[in-house]
Unconditional design. Structure first.
Ligand SMILES: Nc1ncnc2c1ncn2[C@@H]1O[C@H](COP(=O)(O)OP(=O)(O)O)[C@@H](O)[C@H]1O
Ligand SMILES: CC(=O)OP(=O)(O)O
Ligand SMILES: [Mg+2]
Length: 402
């Protein structure tokens, strides 16, 4: 069975085509700058040459049509017809309290995803566009939805409720949901396997640090707390997102600057974080470059980012009453060895001892970056959200076929 996994962003669409017989990736790729004047499609077939195509792709339906054309192309393709795609799995960031697990797409599910637009304004609208685009290009092919929030539905009330009037929860379901669940779930399981101990007896802190960034405290394989909240804005400082701020800042700035609710949302989601502090970029690579050159604003952005990440790890060590394993993952977590070094060298009070040489090794495999004597094992585990989506889709589709 071949499964196409789609992770749609507001102006991008990532895809991977899996052959589930051996979970091999037949091809993967990315469409960037959808809706802008020149869109870029990068298609990477596993056993063939990569291709890049620049054209005008105004919306997601066209993006998917182009992806399907690449997958079936005579030269760069990996299948001979669209009929060889047996199911499509979509990443959906916000599933609210409705979706506790992955599901098949139906009319009701689409209505729920739309209802949750307000709570994940950067992500859910794009996910729905991806679903509609796949439906119109591949009618009759089963589609599934896999939620970032589902893994965190195990959090206890004391972790997910905010200390605000309870009517806001009963009326609007205002609470912590948490995100990047497929990643936290995947890397915690991979970490237990790597250290050779049952997941059930481990306390793990997983740090998913990419464009969006979140930490999760996992006890016995279960999420007990996570740093993102009702929306993916809370918690750590991110590329363009503020993370935690005093909530009183919002009405204050709205009043002083005469901002609408949409404008303040955009300020905190798109124009804050490392981008705002550095004035240069939201990309950790450029921030580190600036830091190494001693550029003051980039240095401040890096130091703030590191400091806030370290404080959250400390908080989760307290939530768990100690940690056996700390895992770094996603674009920044897997690659930014300098950030890991600074964070870990300031967490020695937890009994963490960094292996400086191991920390510098670049690899696509799970690896240990703490010394043999370290009380806490620190690992770098490459995440694979797409594989989790493909596996869940396979399981669901087998269920309807069997
Ligand atoms: N070599 C590297 N060093 C430091 N940071 C990196 C490196 N490679 C990628 N990154 C960071 O990873 C981020 C993207 O992470 P990723 O997990 O792919 O995010 P997303 O899935 O949210 O798009 C980039 O913004 C960049 O800052
Ligand atoms: C939920 C979230 O922040 O996702 P991403 O990191 O892909 O932006
Ligand atoms: Mg990501």
């Amino acid at each position: 069975m071949n499964i196409l996994v789609i992770n749609a962003g507001s102006s991008s669409l990532k895809y991977q085509l899996y052959n589930m017989t051996d979970e091999s990736v037949l091809a993967k790729g990315l469409v960037e700058r959808i809706g802008m004047d020149s869109s870029i499609l990068t298609h990477k077939p596993t056993d063939k040459q990569e291709v890049t195509e620049v054209s005008e792709i105004l919306e997601h339906t066209t993006a998917i049509r182009k992806v399907l054309a690449c997958l079936t192309d005579k030269v760069h393709g990996v299948i001979s017809s669209i009929d060889e795609i047996n199911a499509v799995g979509h990443r959906v960031v916000h599933g609210g309290e409705i979706f506790k697990e992955s599901a098949l797409v139906n009319q009701e599910a689409k209505t729920e995803i739309r209802r949750l637009f307000d709570l994940a304004p950067l992500h859910n609208p794009a996910a729905l566009l991806g679903i509609l685009a796949a439906e119109s290009n591949m009618p009759g092919v089963p589609q599934t939805i896999i939620f970032d929030t589902a893994f965190h539905q195990t959090m206890p009330e004391k972790a997910y409720l905010y200390a605000i009037p309870r009517v806001l929860y009963s009326k609007y379901k205002i609470r912590r949901y948490g995100f990047h669940g497929t990643s936290h779930d995947y890397v915690s399981k991979a970490a237990a396997e790597f250290v050779g101990r049952p997941l059930e007896e481990l306390k793990i802190i997983t740090c998913h640090i990419g464009n969006g960034a979140s930490l999760t405290a996992i006890e016995g394989g279960i999420s007990i707390d996570t740093s993102m909240g009702m929306t993916p804005l809370e918690g750590l400082m991110m590329g363009t997102r503020s993370g935690d701020i005093d909530p009183a800042i919002v009405p204050y700035v709205m009043n002083k600057e005469e901002l609408t609710h949409g404008e303040v949302n955009s300020m905190l989601n798109k124009h804050s974080g490392m981008l705002a502090i550095s004035g240069i970029s939201s990309d950790m690579r450029e921030i580190i470059e600036g830091y190494e050159k001693g550029e003051p604003n980039a240095s401040l952005a890096f130091e703030m980012y590191e400091y806030r990440l370290r404080k959250y790890i400390g908080a989760y060590a307290a939530a768990l009453n100690g940690a056996d394993v700390i895992v770094f993952t996603a674009g920044v977590g897997e690659n930014a060895s300098l950030l890991r070094e600074k964070v870990l060298n300031n967490l020695t009070y937890l009994g963490i001892e960094l292996d400086a040489e191991a920390n510098k090794i670049r690899s696509g495999d799970p690896r240990r970056i703490s010394t043999a004597d370290s009380k806490v094992q620190v690992l770098v585990v490459p995440t694979n959200e797409e594989l989790v989506i493909a596996r869940d889709t396979y399981r669901i589709v087998q269920g309807i076929n069997g």
